[in-house]
Design a protein around this ligand. Sequence first.
Ligand code: SAM
Length: 254
Amino acid sequence: MNTIEESWNVMAMAYEDFTENSDSYSYSIEWPCIQKMLPKIKGKSIIDLGCGTGRFTFLLENEKPDVITGIDLSQQMLDIARDKAQRNNSTAIFAKGDLNNLDLINMNKVDFIFSSTTFHYILDLDTLFYKLFNLLNEEGSCIITLMNPVYTAGYPIDKNGIFPSDEDWNIRYLDKSLRSYMQPWIEYNDTINNYLSSSYHHTFSDYFNAIIKAGFHILQVEEPAPPLEWKERFYNRYDSFIQTPSFLILKLVK
Ligand SMILES: C[S@@+](CC[C@H](N)C(=O)[O-])C[C@H]1O[C@@H](n2cnc3c(N)ncnc32)[C@H](O)[C@@H]1O
């Protein structure tokens, strides 16, 4: 079985190609919603946890923070981010780190914590949100994009690395078993075939209880819909997103 780090190293370029499209979910659904929730971050210190190839790090950098740091487990994802930073004169700092054992408590506190579609790779949510609470300045805030639990509930249960069939993609909401499946960007990439990667499925109560236990206040909860114009242009994609939302976006303060 591939580890999460290995799989992101293998998938890095395929993920970048898939998501760098202006019609990608990241740009069409996630970012417009994040923009509406965004506090003033000009002159502030920001951390992007699970920054990947830096897509949101660079979008946030456009708001002119004082310092912005992206952290990710995968060297290949970071290499793409650093390459883009160099080409675009970005001053974002990219560092390798595992959110499972990063000493977030002894790092300098930050004003804004951002993370997109990373926390379903972390098993222990209680420890994660406890560390985030300690990392955040008193007046700070967080915006966290999660893969919607309705969506991750449909990921196939891991069968010791055996490739899942179409029937294995069905909702098992209260089943906390590891999930293994082929990511959508692999299907759009000619260089990687039938590649399985793994993640966890956390329920709404898993997330909200970990957040509340850590001491956060929840300011806003969003489940963004796809743009209406997709109904005309990409009906199937629009309809599948209406059936199963991909994102749950939270704004948290102390
Ligand atoms: C779906 S990608 C999201 C990347 C980026 N946030 C974006 O939205 O484009 C998930 C990212 O989480 C990273 N990741 C997974 N587990 C991690 C961990 N334990 N610590 C740090 N990063 C992790 C992966 O390497 C990958 O880059």
